[in-house]
Ligand binder design. Structure first.
Ligand code: F6P
Length: 559
């Protein structure tokens, strides 16, 4: 919210940006590069093992200062301060937003309701680390005295995507004798396939749920509990094989888990911002306390950069403002995330939730309908695979899709030449997207090619031309490590925050997921009735009844 509580489209900087947009919208980046050899130097920033090159964007030297003015007029400095000091900026849930406190590596206190929360945070971290060490060393034994070798994290959304993505990303740091599995889908085949090869005697189940009321998580948790009890035949086994991560002590106890085996977190940690909390338990078990601490440290270093660097050199601010530039001026609709690092293959999915659950909103923080586009559609996949799937559309489609290319400089693999190929491909894509290939260059390329078609070139030539001028950010990571990963993830968190401030959204609630949950309960109830339903629209009624008839028929056949 700005001082006069106006939409950001009324701010003076927005008006200036609109005029600026008219001047730059038809400029081609190829030309901008040819007239300014210092473009990379001007439009790149480095911090903590990350290099952001944003020179391949449709901007001139005027654009960033104007966008930074917009951020200042939208009171970004004040909002940032309010978040870090624990004001209840999640106004619809009356909560502070303090995932940053979970990685506060300084001795500064952080207050919620006049109480310093740092001692509590540290005590949960200590408990997680103590427990994880016992699992890692084999000191913790299962009910029949065997050491734990398999860990299943049951959770969904923020209680799954973050830990799963970090677990995959930190593969080289894993404990050699432990393997973590992630179950999220309520489709029974998911948990079936995971449980099937496992031995309950050597398996630990972590039920991760902030609320401990999520239907899919609880239903999977009961399946796992049943699986274990059927094989170990003793309720006492639960204490050795089940732990919970939650804010809801009562529900955890009702499930049968002793509060000693519960790792707590708090309502001021949003689900999609929770991997830094006890929700990261599976990560600590897999990579150990030292590496988890480095993950927190990397995030903390990005927090400091975000708080201290001037907007013009502030990585999350710049990425956010570029996103606003395309979303609100060029009216692009989506944003691609293309990691050229196989360990980051789940990053796009993680960011889908982080970004779209935060900023996919059409009502501002005061409850007013907005008349400007807010959060883009976030999507992507690991880069090299995407090249052979949807990149055609990035290069020659009718939609402009700004994208982030994330590349590690040093590989964990033994195959350096493979890495050289990967790296070359990533840069080739951003170069091609920026430059394109005009008609003369296309003719010249065909002439120079050994396989040039002898006839019919003129008929095909238009199909082979690339217009270019497609914007990309390139994010180079020194080497994927706990610390650089921490910084990378915090970078995106703050990018999302900045955009939410400018669009005047509450980025920390998620009311949009509620209606579907409520209706699903109703439909489940209808399925169990002995008669057909008529309480929905004609389509839903017919589909529910069709399903009900099918399963009733199947069970009649089975009987
Ligand atoms: O349905 C959305 C959501 O509430 C997410 O915000 C959250 O990450 C996820 O469900 C899981 O919730 P919980 O951790 O409470 O089970």
């Amino acid at each position: 919210m700005n001082k006069k509580n106006e939409p950001f489209t009324q701010l003076p900087a927005y008006g200036k940006l609109k005029d600026h947009y008219v001047r730059v919208k038809n400029l081609h980046m190829r030309r901008l590069f040819s007239v300014d050899p210092n473009r990379f130097k001007k439009f790149s920033v480095k911090h903590n093992g990350l290099l952001l090159d944003y020179s391949k964007n449709r901007i001139t030297t005027e654009t960033i200062p104007l966008l930074c003015d917009l951020a200042r007029e939208a009171n970004l400095e004040q909002w940032r301060e309010r978040m870090f000091r624990g004001d209840k900026i999640n106004n619809t849930e009356n909560r502070a937003v303090l995932h940053t406190a979970l990685r506060n590596c300084s001795d500064k206190p952080v207050y919620v309701r006049n109480k310093d929360i740092m001692p509590e945070i540290r005590s949960v971290i200590d408990k997680m680390q103590y427990f994880s060490e016992k699992i890692r060393t084999g000191e913790w034994k299962g009910h029949t005295g065997k050491r734990i070798t398999s860990i299943i994290n049951i959770g969904i959304g923020g209680s799954d995507l973050g830990p799963k993505m970090v677990y995959q990303a930190l593969r080289p740091y894993h404990h050699k004798k432990l393997r973590v599995y992630f179950v999220s889908n309520v489709d029974g085949v998911h948990i079936d396939e995971i449980l099937e090869p496992l031995n309950p005697e050597t398996t630990l189940v972590i039920i991760s749920s902030k609320t401990f009321t999520t239907q899919e998580t609880l239903s999977n948790a009961y399946v796992a509990r049943e699986w274990l009890l059927q094989r170990l035949n003793d309720e006492k086994a639960i204490a050795k094989h089940f732990v919970a991560v939650s804010t809801n002590k009562k529900a955890v106890q009702a499930f049968g888990i002793d509060s000693q085996n519960m790792f707590e977190f708090w309502d001021w940690v949003g689900g999609r911002y929770s991997l830094w909390s006890a929700i990261g338990l599976s990560i600590v078990i897999a990579v150990g306390s030292d590496n988890f601490n480095k993950l927190l440290l990397g995030a903390n270093e990005m927090d400091e950069h975000f708080q201290e660097a001037p907007f013009e050199q502030n990585m999350p601010v710049i990425m956010a403002l570029l996103g606003i530039w395309y979303n609100n001026f060029f009216k692009t609709e989506s944003h691609g995330i293309f990691p050229y690092d196989d360990y980051l293959r789940s990053l796009p999915m993680y960011l889908e939730q982080a970004d779209m659950e935060s900023n996919g909103k059409s009502v501002d923080r005061n409850g007013r309908k907005v008349d400007y586009p807010t959060g883009p559609i976030i999507w992507g996949t690991s880069g090299i695979n995407g090249q052979h799937a949807f990149y055609q559309s990035l290069h020659q489609g009718t939609k402009m899709i700004p994208a982030d290319f994330i590349i590690s400089l040093k590989t964990h693999s033994h195959y350096q030449e493979q890495h050289n190929i990967l790296f070359s491909n990533a840069l080739a894509q951003t170069e091609a997207l920026m430059r394109g290939r005009n008609i003369d260059e296309t003719y010249a390329d065909i002439q120079a090619s050994k396989h040039r078609p002898v006839t019919g070139i003129s008929k095909r030539i238009n199909h082979m031309v690339f217009e270019g001028n497609n914007p990309t950010n390139t994010l180079l990571i020194d080497k994927l490590s706990p610390r650089t990963l921490g910084s990378l993830l915090a970078l995106y968190e703050h990018k999302i925050f900045v955009q939410g401030v400018i669009w005047n959204l509450n980025s920390f609630d998620q009311w949009g997921v509620e209606l579907g949950k409520q209706l699903a309960k109703q439909i489940l109830n209808d399925i169990h009735q002995p008669y057909g339903t008529r309480s929905h629209d004609a389509s839903t009624n017919a589909l529910v009844n069709y399903y009900r008839d099918t399963i009733t028929e199947n069970s009649a056949i089975r009987a």
